[in-house]
Each structure stands twice: as structure tokens, then as C-alpha cells.
Design a protein around this ligand. Structure first.
Ligand code: NAD
Ligand code: ZN
Length: 700
């Protein structure tokens, strides 16, 4: 078969090397399937194989099923992600099965069937594989198959398209009973090559890993071709109603609205945002059918678990003037209130006596016609994945509508999945959020010693970071370091000159587009010039004041604008210097600029207090490690001022301190974290010296 809609990735040479190891072949096949998102969505689906092994308890031969365990993604599946169970024991659970009301209790019993002691916890889909007799089985969530599975005439279409060779099992929550239904479908339809699960996905199988792979690809290709033939020449989603704003203007509009949306979505918990103006999204959100299809909600459980039952459509024109936050909020707040009310009603009408408490009622997916889609979640990865899943849902709606009409899952069924006790238990097992989870941080000059140290500390504590500097090379190497350590969901970069308003605004736009907004702004960028007054040029003076004082002012001004749009407070931390308080020789420009930074911090603290924006100062001293400042003339200048050599500086500074300590970038980072970590929330206008103790620098 010639595949046009799926990727055929099987490599004979690679497969040949593991041809005697069925489990290795299962992992190989799973990775190939997971590499093509058209075959299954991220984290979706599972695969299995059954092999004969020696039972360590009896020494006799027994059949063992290896199946993807709970969690993880097919694309990166390893042996440690598989559960291995005695097939016979799993099947014998029918003897103790008390009926569909009690099927959740079966999950604990799966553990009694475990063969391999290194097994991952068996997932809820385990019986779906266990009750089918086939050696290799794929369960996938391809958009093309779900489009058929979620359409009004899905059963009929499946029957005709595959001439009865694909069975049909109507929507049912995954679990023990669905396993029995699959077996029943096979018994009633001998010779079928797969089963379509209504509103859910696909089961396909084969005698070997390769046959199973080919069967899955062929069935999905056929679904996709059928849908394409029906889409061709038709207007999709009832035709276009709204025209997108063009290119750069669209992005600017998105950046402008994002912090307002983030503020509203974070009424219970700080959320991180993601934005996309993918053309598949624009086609849907600009269409006539948007208002009919979006409220119906998504169908595949995987989709709505990530995206919530339905998105919120923003009542704004693409060209809407967004400059007056208050008036935009007055348009949006009633929509949010209505959404939360709708969600609470859904919860209250569907809940059972033992359901977990209602979760955050704010929307996850926000659609702005003509602009794009915003998603908000507890971290960037979750927000990004929610966005990808809503694109899957759009693909499904498009396909369903082309071949028949789209149907979503009944609300009660959606609720039973969303508030499933097993799903709740999974959420409870997740690691607790870190101190700065859900926060976005911009530290100026973060390619430098102290700035990078602060950014790292904040990322370690769960924050998202906008790395920025005016030194492109240093910024690139900081980005490389962050990519290796934290990955792309934790940071993004921006080239910023703190004396240039345009680049500052662009950096905050990046923060808004990439993460939804900003929480913590750290003014750290700086240079230093140490000269006696007679050598100090006007140019030196202006440079110092431009970067240190005006830079701090401009960055704060631009950042606070964003904080105010969000409306939930925030933090400004200014990295000043002991030199703001202590007088010494050859330091007129730098020292007085630092003093100006310090007083500016206090003035800002006084002004921003009513908006719950706190402004605090950290005064470092003698942080020599990794500092560009210390690599230059500054060190020579200071050494000269004290009558010592450059090499003698670190020990000179340490000895000069009350605690006799060398100060590291991490020490400054820890002080910044202390300010925002949660224990000092009622402090503003404060100064923390991190200098090993210099009596002359004590704050009076
Ligand atoms: N290192 C110390 O001993 C010490 C002591 C007291 C105060 N400080 C202050 O700490 C801050 C950080 O210093 P560091 O030691 O990490 O120095 P650093 O030179 O390693 O880092 C400063 C960073 O700011 C960047 N920068 C300079 N001008 C900029 C501009 N116009 N726009 C954007 N970025 C710019 C630099 O490229 C550099 O990456 C500075 O404000 C400094 O005055 C440092
Ligand atoms: Zn599934």
C-alpha cells in the first residue's frame, strides 16, 4: 500500500537485529507509531505483545502479555514503561468480577497478575489487550479514525468502508468491562482485522510485530483517504465568517491580550499560557460553525481530559482596541463568570456521592476569532499539550462533519472520565508543585554571572524564564545550558538592551506570547567603570546611568504594565550593590548610579504597593566567579584603588567581610528566591545585603 497520510517507518535492517525478541520488536513498533502524531496523539494509545516464557514459580511454559503501562508516550516507550502479566491469571479475573458497577476494583487485582517484577503499574487499558487472543495489538487514537468513531453514522461508515472487516463497539469507559466487550465483538465477527471504539479510537492487531504495524497503518490510511475524499471541494466548517488579522499585527494583538487572559484564568491558581495561530486553528475559529461546534465539546477522553469539556470563545473582534484594560476586562469578565457557572453546573448535575471535589472551573482553551488559540495550565508543557490536543479535536470535528455530523461525548460520560476516582488517584500521585511553579521570570542580563545564577535558581524552583542579554554570544551559550538542563518548556530567549525601550517591550511581548505574562522582574543587567574623578569621562557617566538607572526604570515601567494587566500583583527585584551605601575612592559614577537604583527601588515600592507589586533590593558585593564585570578593567581599577594586585582581590574581599566568606552567584540567587519564595510576601521596599557582612554597608 502506498501511504500518503501516515509515515511508513519500518526499517528491515533495524528490525532484523532484534527479530528473536518479541518484546524488543514491540518497543520498536511502539516508537515508530509514536513518532507520527497522525497515528496517535501525545501520551495516547497503548500496544502489547504476548510471548511464551518460563514461569519462575513452576518452571513450566506460560503466556505473558507485555503491554504499555500507566503513563508515558509510545514515541519514547522503553522496557521500563511496560507491564508484564500472566495472561491466564488476568483472564481468570472474570471469576471474581462483580459487574460493571464494581469494575474499578479490578485495577488493584491486575497487580496480582504481574509476571515481571520490574513491571510498570498496569494501566486501565490492560484488559482491552488481555481479552483479545492476538500476539501483537495496537490501540491508537488517530484523528482520522476518531473522526469516524465520533460521527453520527460512525458504525455504518466503519462497516461499509472496511466491508465488515472492522468491528464496532459503542462508547464505553475503558476498564474491565470494555475488555469483555472487545472479546464479544470478536467472537461475533470472526475474521475481523480490528475494532473501532465509538467516540474513542482504534484497535488493530497481527500475528507479528510487522503485520500488526502494517495493519494499523493500512486501516488509518484508509480512514484518512476516505475523509480526504469527502472534504475535497467542500467548504469546511460552514465557510469563513471572520478574516484573520494579518501576520505581525495578529501576533501583537495576541501578545496584548495574553496577560489579561492569564489574569482571568488564574483566579484560583497561577497559570502558564501557550499561544498558537496554526492555520488549522484559524480555519476553525474563523468559521461559521464555530459557535455550533465549540460548545459541544471534544469527544475522545484523551482530548477533553486535557482541554476541559469545552473552550471559551472570546467576544472580541480581531481588530478590537485592547489598550484600555479595564474596558476589555468588563467585556471578558461576564464570559468567564458564565463559563465557571456552566462548569459548576456540569459538576453539580453529574457528580456522584463519592466524586472528588470540583476542580478549577476556569477554561483551559480560549479561542480568539481572527487571532488564535490560547491555552492555560499549571505549567508550559501541560498548556502546550492542551493546545496540541485541541488541534486533534479540531481535526476530528473537521473529519466528522465532512463524512457525517460530529457528535461529542454525553456530559455524564465526560464527567465520569474527568472525575473518575482512578484519574483522581493519578493526580494525587503527581509531585507537589514547586515554590515557583506557575510563575514567569525575566532577569535582565541573565547571560551574565549573577543573572544566570538567579535564572537557574528560579527555574530549579519551577519558574519559567525569559533569558535575555545584549550580548548575543553569551546569550547563546546560556540558552544552550538551559536547553540541556531544563528543556524547551522552561525557557525562551530575547535579545534585550536595557537602554532601548523597543527591545524591552519586545521581550515582555515574548513573555506574554510564550508563557502568558510575567510575575517576577529582576533588574540585574549592568556594567561597571572604576576611575578617579579626573579620568571619569562624560561618556562613562552617561553609559553607567543609562544602563543602571535608566535601564532599571525602563524595564520596570514596561514590566509593571504587564503585571497591572494581569491584575494579581507581582515582584520587582533590583540587584544593586553595597556601593549604593558605602563610599570608597574611584567610584563616583558607578556608586552614585547604584545609589540612584536603590532609591528608585524605594520610590517604586511606594508607588506600586496598592497593586500588590512589591519592589525589593538585593545588594551583592564582590561576586567574582563568572562575572564579566570582574573580567575587565574593573578588577584592575579596584585593585589599584586598594593598592593590591588583581590576584589578591578575592581573598582581600573575603577577609574584609565580618563572616570571612567568598560570595558566589548562587548566594545572590538564594537571596532573590527568599524574597519571592513565599515567606516574605508582606515585605516591600526592603534591602538584603549579601556581602559576607560589611559593617559600612549596614542599612540605616
Ligand atoms: N559581581 C559583583 O561583585 C557585583 C557586586 C555588586 C553588584 N553587582 C551587580 O550585579 C549585576 C550583575 O553583575 P555580574 O557580576 O553578574 O556581571 P556580568 O557582567 O557577568 O553580568 C551582567 C550582564 O549584563 C549584560 N549587560 C550589560 N549591559 C547591558 C545592556 N545595556 N542591556 C542588557 N544587558 C546588558 C552583560 O552582557 C552581562 O551579561 C550588575 O548590576 C552589577 O552591578 C555585581
Ligand atoms: Zn484509548
Amino acid at each position: 500500500m502506498n501511504f500518503k497520510n501516515v509515515s511508513y517507518l519500518w526499517n528491515e535492517h533495524d528490525a532484523d537485529k532484534i527479530k528473536h525478541d518479541e518484546v524488543a520488536l514491540l518497543i520498536y513498533r511502539s516508537n515508530l507509531l509514536g513518532a507520527d502524531l497522525r497515528l496517535t496523539n501525545y501520551g495516547g494509545g497503548n500496544t502489547s505483545c504476548k510471548v511464551i516464557s518460563k514461569d519462575p514459580l513452576t518452571g513450566s511454559e506460560t503466556e505473558v502479555m507485555w503491554v504499555k503501562g500507566s503513563g508515558g508516550d509510545l514515541g519514547t516507550l522503553k522496557k521500563s514503561g511496560l507491564a508484564a502479566l500472566y495472561t491466564e491469571r488476568l483472564r481468570s479475573l472474570t471469576n471474581v468480577y462483580r459487574g460493571i458497577e464494581h469494575e474499578d476494583e479490578m485495577v488493584a487485582l491486575f497487580n496480582h497478575c504481574i509476571f515481571d517484577l520490574e513491571s510498570k503499574a498496569p494501566s486501565i487499558d490492560t484488559p482491552l489487550h488481555g481479552f483479545l487472543p492476538f500476539k501483537h495489538i495496537d490501540h491508537l487514537h488517530p484523528d482520522a479514525a476518531i473522526a469516524i468513531a465520533a460521527s453520527k453514522d460512525g458504525e455504518q461508515i466503519t462497516k461499509e468502508l472496511f466491508s465488515g472487516k472492522i468491528g464496532w463497539v459503542g462508547w464505553q469507559k475503558p476498564g474491565f468491562d470494555l475488555g469483555l466487550q472487545l472479546k464479544k465483538c470478536l467472537d461475533e465477527n470472526p475474521g475481523i482485522r480490528g475494532i473501532m471504539l465509538g467516540s474513542h479510537g482504534l484497535f488493530t492487531w497481527g500475528d507479528t510485530a510487522y503485520e500488526c504495524y502494517i495493519n494499523s497503518l493500512e486501516v488509518i490510511e484508509q480512514c484518512a483517504e476516505f475523509i480526504n475524499s469527502k472534504i475535497a471541494g467542500k467548504t469546511t466548517f460552514g465557510g469563513q465568517k471572520i478574516t484573520s488579522l494579518e501576520g505581525i499585527k495578529r501576533i501583537e494583538q495576541a501578545a496584548e491580550i495574553a496577560p489579561i487572559l492569564r489574569g482571568l484564568c488564574s483566579s484560583q491558581q497561577k497559570m502558564i499560557g501557550h499561544f498558537t495561530d496554526d492555520e488549522r486553528v484559524l480555519e476553525f475559529i474563523n468559521s461559521n460553525d464555530l459557535s455550533r461546534l465549540a460548545p459541544m465539546g471534544t469527544s475522545c477522553p484523551d482530548h477533553f481530559l486535557r482541554t476541559k469539556i469545552s473552550p471559551l470563545i472570546l467576544p472580541l473582534l480581531p481588530t478590537e482596541d485592547l489598550s484600555d484594560t479595564a474596558s476589555i476586562k468588563s467585556k471578558l469578565i461576564p464570559e468567564f463568570v458564565a463559563y465557571r457557572k456552566m462548569y459548576a453546573e456540569y459538576y453539580n448535575t453529574c457528580k456522584h456521592s463519592n466524586s472528588p471535589a470540583i476542580r478549577d472551573a476556569n477554561p483551559v482553551v480560549l479561542l480568539y476569532p481572527g487571532i488564535g488559540m490560547f491555552t492555560f495550565a499549571k505549567d508550559k508543557q501541560t498548556a502546550r499539550v492542551a493546545s496540541e490536543f485541541y488541534i486533534n479535536a479540531i481535526n476530528v470535528m473537521k473529519g466528522s462533519e465532512a463524512i457525517s455530523s460530529y457528535t461529542s461525548l454525553p456530559r455524564q460520560e465526560a464527567f465520569n472520565i474527568e472525575y473518575w476516582l482512578l484519574e483522581e488517584a493519578k493526580l494525587q500521585r503527581m509531585p507537589k508543585p514547586k515554590a515557583l511553579s506557575g510563575r514567569v521570570v525575566l532577569v535582565t542580563g541573565s547571560a551574565g554571572g549573577i543573572g544566570k545564577g538567579i535564572s537557574k535558581k528560579f527555574a530549579d524552583e519551577g519558574a519559567c524564564v525569559i533569558l535575555n542579554d545584549n550580548d548575543q554570544n553569551r546569550l547563546n551559550s546560556a540558552a544552550e545550558e538551559f536547553n540541556a538542563k531544563y528543556g524547551k518548556d522552561v525557557f525562551t530567549t530575547a535579545l534585550v538592551d536595557v537602554t532601548n525601550k523597543e527591545t524591552i517591550n519586545q521581550a515582555f511581548n515574548t513573555a506574554a506570547l510564550y508563557f502568558g505574562g510575567i510575575d517576577i522582574i529582576v533588574n540585574n543587567a549592568g556594567i561597571s567603570i572604576s576611575k578617579p574623578v579626573e579620568d571619569h569621562t562624560e561618556k562613562d557617566w552617561d553609559l553607567l546611568y543609562d544602563i543602571l538607572v535608566k535601564g532599571q526604570f525602563l524595564v520596570t515601567q514596561s514590566g509593571v504594565k504587564l503585571l497591572r494587566k494581569q491584575g494579581f500583583g507581582g515582584d520587582v527585584i533590583n540587584i544593586v550593590s553595597k556601593n549604593a551605601l558605602v563610599s570608597g575612592p574611584n567610584n563616583a559614577g558607578y556608586g552614585s548610579a547604584k545609589a540612584a537604583q536603590l532609591h528608585l527601588s524605594r520610590l517604586n515600592a511606594a508607588e506600586f504597593g496598592p497593586d500588590k507589586i512589591r519592589v525589593n533590593t538585593v545588594n551583592p558585593d564582590a561576586v567574582i566567579s563568572d562575572s564579566k564585570i570582574w573580567a575587565g578593567d574593573w578588577a584592575a581599577g579596584r585593585a589599584k584603588a586598594y593598592g593590591i594586585t588583581v590576584e589578591e582581590l578575592p581573598s582581600f574581599y573575603a577577609k574584609r567581610t565580618l563572616l570571612n566568606e567568598i560570595i558566589l552567584p548562587e548566594d545572590i540567587a538564594n537571596a532573590c528566591f527568599a524574597i519571592v519564595g513565599g515567606l516574605l510576601n508582606k515585605s516591600t521596599g526592603n534591602v538584603i545585603n549579601v556581602d559576607g557582612g560589611v559593617a559600612a554597608g549596614f542599612v540605616r
